[in-house]
Design a protein around this ligand. Structure first.
Ligand SMILES: [Zn+2]
Length: 88
């Protein structure tokens, strides 16, 4: 697909710090998300699992795995708008 690009937004929580999580050719880079703690390539390659992980994370109050990285004015609802369309 010509419009395939590197993915930098977490499929589970939508946080996007510019680091590549999934390469354009569909290979994960095994990066652990600072926000929801999901590792790209581990459980985020399947829509059902992505939704489960997201539901579990939100159900626990959407905690940041790296709490010191949480922005002061963090807005969960704004962040989840970054979730790629096909992983919502
Ligand atoms: Zn995440």
């Amino acid at each position: 697909m010509p419009d395939k690009r590197d993915e930098t937004a977490c499929r589970v929580c939508g946080v996007d710090d510019g680091e590549i999580l999934w390469g354009a050719h569909g290979f994960p880079l095994y990066v652990i998300c600072d926000c929801c703690g999901t590792e790209s390539g581990i459980g985020d390659d399947n829509l059902t699992q992505v939704r489960e992980l997201r539901g579990y994370w939100v159900g626990r109050g959407a905690p940041w795995a790296e709490s010191h990285r949480r922005p002061k004015n963090w807005d969960l609802l704004r962040q989840i708008q970054n979730i790629p369309e096909e992983w919502r």
